[in-house]
Design a protein around this ligand. Sequence first.
Ligand SMILES: Nc1ncnc2c1ncn2[C@@H]1O[C@H](COP(=O)(O)OP(=O)(O)OP(=O)(O)O)[C@@H](O)[C@H]1O
Ligand SMILES: [Mg+2]
Length: 411
Amino acid sequence: MTKRDILAGMDIGTSNIRVIVGEIASDGSINIIGVGTSPSEGIKKGVIIDLEQTVESINRATAEAERMVGAKIDLANVGIVGSHIGLFTSRGVVAVAREDKEITEQDVERVLQAAKVIALPQDREIIDVIPREFIIDDYDGIRDPVGMLGVRLEVEAMVITGSMTSLRNLLRCVNMAGYEVSNLVLNALANGEICLTRDEKELGVFLLDLGGGTTEISLFRGGTLQDLSVLPVGGDHITNDLAVGLRTTFELAERLKVDKGVAQAEMASAECDIEIEGISGKEKRMISAIDLYNFIEPRVQEIMNLCKQEMGRMGYSNMPPGGVVLTGGVSLMKGISELAGETFGCSVRIAQPSYLGVKSPIYSTAVGLIHYVYRNQGLIRRASKRQDRRSGGFLYNLWRRLKNFVTEIWE
Ligand SMILES: Nc1ncnc2c1ncn2[C@@H]1O[C@H](COP(=O)(O)OP(=O)(O)OP(=O)(O)O)[C@@H](O)[C@H]1O
Ligand SMILES: [Mg+2]
């Protein structure tokens, strides 16, 4: 198996680190051939707080995936949480270089470079530039200008910036674990790739990634990501409420939440058939699913209310035509789509990857990372780009610069 056929996605989450390895089949489809999961230690609310622990967690997840694949992974496509991310629109203009005025990939590269020329604070770095539309001699709305004719090529692009410190620590962890970062991709873009239909993205939709420590709200419209916000609340808070409320351990509370938790009263049975034990392991008690519901529902409702408030801030007090799509571990909670539907007053569905073995919303980000990278660069294009990697592809440059910087600090 050659390295060119394989793409690895690494989702470094608050609860779990998930590594997915995809093999690109000859017909261009992706087969999932490796899956690795490890509980995440060293990360709080999406932010790395302990390098060593995070590296160990990464190593456990990658080792599992590599065992399944039967080969070592060298390069990883790593997801970035949106909490330190800034999105803004920028424009770039260039003259078409060729004498016959046919627009080439080089013109597109140049115009995207031009869109990147912006004043940035010292602690921020550009992560990516995503074209929203190209404009050729005042004809707008063009998605792919290569091969068209024109004199002047313009782009309206979304520039994604991130905090240097967060990026540096993320790259440092992945490097220390023994992997190179081939691409950094926003979790929201990866999720959007797996969870949303083309129509939803075009018409407008909110995607909520309900994770362990964070809830990421992303708004897609006109085919692309428009806005992004991360709330520092998630499934861990539900577990915490349960542990405190039932006076039991965090582990048992987590198990009860996952196995028996519901967010809708009608789904909970009133019979007392759940045995729990106190923190010391003594004082066994019987509780009902209704008791669990009484602790779970207020927190889930609070998360939904906070999301609604944030959506209003993004300009949507009425929901967009595509409604709301849920993904991430907490979307597995029974009754959550009903509760979300009541809160947002629109259609709500739960999305997950459709591959065997990873058919769960907990894998959306990691599988989405592979899809996003493959669709946007394509292995063939990537291979041909190896050359400009050597001369300095953008992400490679960022990675190299950060790596050098971090190495200087640490050595
Ligand atoms: N069946 C279930 N019912 C309810 N909650 C669940 C279920 N399965 C997992 N969860 C919760 O989902 C959360 C983990 O989700 P996920 O793996 O998407 O988070 P993460 O990506 O590690 O975290 P983050 O995105 O916040 O960085 C945990 O709080 C876990 O308890
Ligand atoms: Mg996550």
